[in-house]
Design a protein around this ligand. Structure first.
Ligand SMILES: [Fe+2]
Length: 392
């Protein structure tokens, strides 16, 4: 806690209307109508576009007397061209809002498409830098309803979308407060089809959000409370969700943990994400999987600054011992149980571009939020350990 608390000025943001429960996707028409939509554009990942799930969403919207369109040309790790193509479909169909359905890619692309609908400046002008978001015309932002089909990103309760800049191989955050969906629908039935590997990887993203938010040094006790309960839900539910995908109680808990992680990380993230962003941008590795791989190395690196908080966390998670090592060992055991590889080499990152990746990580917007200041040499050492599998 900062010692000069009486001088602190800060802003805390809380999410939006959340409809939770198995079958709650049937409430979509009501959510769209209350956001003022009649002709929503459903935006989703390429992998889902022709699925029964999306056919079901479109049917629900039509039954609710709405006139939906569909845009499904969104890559995993969406790029600017996906946003452009979606905007063309949105304008062509005179759509008045976006229903973003999917994993992080579909949700982020849908949110950015709704945001860009009425903007005159290019998208990169709205990167999350300083107060660039004030450049946007708020009247040009269409309403959004978000329906996650994975439990990890929490983008359904976030005010930003991550788009990859292909020219520079960097992931850029497009931010505006009005990109917060009017309603988020957390329906565990929509996540039961997620295969075990993706359930594990996305679930570890939720854990990374809660863990980094909790450990970030800024003062935000409300976010901290949400983060620790999010981690408890992951501990309780992730192994079951991976093992028994049809378990709606585990799926539901993971969806809530995911939304909680994204609510909490306004407090800050840290080196897990600073490393994962460039590794993902250069090697196209899965975001949650990359976070899961680097997590124990980053905890060990941050140890001198987080020891006391890890003891508190161990108590809350009811681990066998109240210590840093108990949390580290839980993370290692969880990774093993759900089939997460141990090293960056195992997920396709060789050691030959460590210097370059470390420079990118140092520039990542999450780097200054890490409990221990990050510089390029420290990040190089961290990457070397994560490639080789050395935790100590
Ligand atoms: Fe993340």
């Amino acid at each position: 806690m900062p010692t000069d608390l009486w001088t602190l000025q800060t802003t805390w943001n809380y999410p939006t209307t959340v409809l939770f429960g198995a079958g709650s996707a049937r409430k979509l028409p009501r959510a769209c109508a209350s956001a003022g939509m009649r002709r929503p554009l459903v935006v989703t990942d390429a992998g889902l576009a022709r699925s029964e799930l999306i056919a079901g969403v479109l049917a629900i919207l039509r039954e609710g007397e709405l006139e939906p369109g569909l845009f499904g040309d969104v890559k995993s790790n969406p790029v600017a061209a996906n946003v452009e193509a979606g905007l063309a479909v949105l304008r062509e169909g005179r759509h008045d809002g976006v229903v973003a359905v999917g994993g992080g890619s579909g949700l982020d692309a849908g949110k950015v498409i709704a945001f860009m609908a009425g903007q005159t400046r290019p998208m990169w002008d709205f990167e999350d830098v300083g107060d660039w978001w004030k450049r946007a015309d708020p009247a040009g932002i269409l309403p959004i309803v978000a329906v996650p089909t994975t439990a990890g990103t929490g983008s359904e309760v976030g005010r930003a979308g991550v788009i990859t800049d292909e020219a520079t191989h960097t992931k850029k955050i497009i931010f505006h407060p009005l990109m917060m969906p009017r309603t988020a629908i957390l329906d565990p039935e929509l996540t039961v089809g997620l295969p075990p590997r993706l359930t594990a990887a996305t679930g570890m993203d939720a854990l990374a959000h809660c863990l980094e938010a909790y450990l970030a040094p800024s003062f935000h006790p409300m976010a901290e409370g949400i983060a620790v309960e999010g981690m408890r839900l992951v501990k309780e539910a992730l192994p079951t969700a991976v093992r028994t995908g049809s378990d709606l109680a585990a799926r539901g808990r993971m969806l809530v943990a995911s939304a909680m992680g994204a609510t909490a990380f306004q407090k800050g993230l840290g080196a897990i994400h600073s490393l994962s962003h460039p590794v993902g941008a250069v090697y196209d590795t899965h975001h949650g999987l990359t976070n899961a791989v680097v997590m124990p190395y980053v905890l060990q690196f941050n140890r001198p600054a987080i020891e006391e908080k890890m003891v508190r966390l161990a108590r809350y998670l009811a681990l066998p011992e109240a210590s840093f090592d108990a949390v580290l060992n839980w993370v290692l055991a969880l990774r093993e149980e759900i089939g997460i590889p141990h090293t960056l080499a195992d997920i396709g990152m060789p050691a030959d571009r460590i210097a370059e990746i470390a420079k990118m990580a140092a520039r990542d917007p999450t780097a200054p939020e890490n409990p221990i200041p990050l510089d390029v040499p420290a990040l190089e050492t961290l990457l070397e350990k994560a490639v080789a599998g050395t935790i100590a």
